[in-house]
Structure formats: C-alpha cells, structure tokens
Design a protein around this ligand. Sequence first.
Ligand code: SF4
Length: 423
Amino acid sequence: MTDLSNAAEKIFSGEMTIIDYVCELSAADSGREDCPSDLFYWESVRDARKNGKKLVFISGPAPLEILYALDCVPLYLDLLPARLSQNPVLTAKLINEAETRANASLCSLNKTNTGLLLKGVLGVVPDAFVSLPIPCDSARTACTELGRIVGAPSFHFDIPLRKDSRSLKYVEMQLGRFIGFIESIASKELDWEALKYRMELSNRAAELLEKCAALRAAKPCPLSSRLTIWNELMNAFAPTQEMEKLLTKELELCERRTSDAFTPCPDGEKHRVMLMHNLLWQGITLTEHLEASFGAVTVLDGFLFGARERFTRPDDKDDCFGVMSRRMLEGSRAHAAGASGDELLDAIELAKRDFSADVFLFLGSAGCRHAWASMKMVSDSVQEKYGQPMLLLDIDNTDSRYKSENEIKNAVDQYMDTVINKK
Ligand code: SF4
C-alpha cells in the first residue's frame, strides 16, 4: 500500500494515477467484514474502455438505470473526494490547484474534484459528462466548471428548487432529451428489456438497503450505521449485481449479529446516536470511537432516511420515467443540501420513535453554508420538543486542515461527557 505522502508525490509526478490509488484504498477495505469495499466499481471505471464500455462522468444523482442499460459506466465524481480525503496531503494539493486555477468559492469537496481534473491526474478520460446539480451554490457552480474542464460532450440537467407537478414535468421533458444524448454517445438505441433489468436491480438494492437500515433499530444495535456511504454508493452503481451482493452481505452480517445480540460497543450499548454528517469514509473512525469510548452506537447517519421510490410498473414507460424524474428532483441523499428543515425534523422524530436515539450530533461541513440555517432551526426544535441540546459542530468533510480528526473527537468527547453523561 502506497503511504500517504508518497502517494501525493507519485500522483503529481505522473508515476501513479488517482484511479490506481483509489483502487489501492478500496482493496485495503476488502478484508473488513463491517465496511463495504467498492473495489469492483473502481476497477470497472478504470477498465471501462478496455471492456468496450463508454465512460460517463456524472455529478449529482443521474438516472443510472439508463446509463447502465446503454453499456455506459458512470463515474460518480463525488466519490473521489470522499475516498481521497483519507489522504490530507494529496487533498490539500488538489484543493490548492482548484483555488489557483478555478473558483476559490467552491466547497472543498468540489475543489478536490475540480483540482484533480485540472491537474490531469485522474487516469481515465470521459466519453461524456452529465451534471445534475444538487440544490446548493457550490454544486451548481462546480457543474459549470467541470463541464468546461472535462473536454467531452456534456448534458446539464436544470433541476428546479420547487418540488411540484410543474417542476416534475420540466424534469421529465429533460429526461427525454437526455436519453437521446446518451444514445448518441453509446451509438445505440435504448433497449427496454435492458432497462427493465437495470430497474429490477435498482429495486432490489433499494429494498436491501431499507432492510439493513431497519435492522439498526434492534437492541442492541448490531453495527453502527453506514447510510452515508451506502447512499453515495447507490448514486454510483445501484442497478448492478455487485451492489446487490454488497448489500446482501451487509444484511446477512446484521441479521447474524442481531440474532447473537451482538454489539460493537466493547463494554455494552449505553447510548444510541443519530449522526447527521457527510463525512463519508472518515465517519467510520468517529463511530468506532463513540462505540469504544462511550458505548454509543450510531443507529442512523446521513441526512435522509426515507424509502427510495421503486419501479412498480416496469412495462409502463411514462411511469418509469416519472419515478426517475422524481428521484432527480429529490436531490442527493448524501449531501446536506438534499434535505429540507421539515425533512430533517421528520428524520429526528423517526430516530427518536423507531430507533430510540438519545444522542444527536450534527457535524456540518463549513462549506455547506445553506445547511447551517436549517440545522439551527432543527436544533432549536429538538431542544423545545425533547429538552435535549444537539451538538452542532463545524468541520470540513474533505479538508482535514480545517479541523483534524483529533479536534473533532475532542469536541464530541466534551459533549458526551458534559451534556449526555453529565460528568
Ligand atoms: S451540499 Fe455541501 S458538500 Fe455538497 S456540494 Fe454543496 S456545499 Fe459541497
């Protein structure tokens, strides 16, 4: 395994590509029973052209079923900063690149993506770029920047902020044009049977993910929740057999542990945490710390926990395109921008009622400025309704120079000691 500072040096000198490095990081997770390894996905991105597929860069929750049905491999760009943030030296270099040569007002997640494309170190070249900006300023600006940099034909969805029937019609109209665009990239027409197969796989993944999430309500909770990671992976390869295999493994692990009354807390489960964050892979270290130091297991994480809409009438084209359009309108589930204040309050209600959460932590990325306004409102409501103060902590989800892992742990420790355990 390439060490952290060595990796940055190798990548910037052209000795190694980002994709090769990400494959290494994912391979290192392969032996962990409790953490998903997405190695097969990165290998499919790396080898797309070799396998006769078209490689499509995507930003935002694009209709994956159509892409996979047309033999395209989507590279979900958000997954790159999530993975690379494990290497602060490399991430800092990529952020600096974006600040110098592009837009300094982007959040660090978007700067990392922009920096690696500007530097030309990714190691794969796209056949097309599809953007579907989530509702935040940084994502919208980044989509335009990325479209300029990738140098491939691009399709930009215009997603309205309002979620009503007119907005839905507007997105459906764009979906029709999108299919034509991807057909021209793939040089073939969309085959409905191939699309039905992908929709069926998507349905199965959604069903498995919901079962995995529901099992965290068990007492004791068998495994800290990884919904943030799963939701991000769903945006990259939900309609694949590999995703089904990953989730089946997770479900079997949770079921086995539930029947054994297993808890990941070495001294027994004492608290149940709702962790609102988009720290992705780094979040695993924090959940492990909470388990070991406070007997606190994370029963829910991420921002939205609602069920994913399924394809229930696979032979009805209008119905299927309606489902895809509604999903696009809903926004990204792994970002703070994906949820409204009302939805966040509903999520807290669910965490209290169905998952017996008694600790509420919000680790908000400093770059997600819009999320702070709604979280202040949410934390005031939680205080008023349940008489419980939430921890609102500013961090950076990609750039650990803003707040180190130790600083984050110290702040969480203080909250656990003083507010929850009243020491
Ligand atoms: S929601 Fe936050 S992390 Fe996501 S793109 Fe917007 S500012 Fe960046």
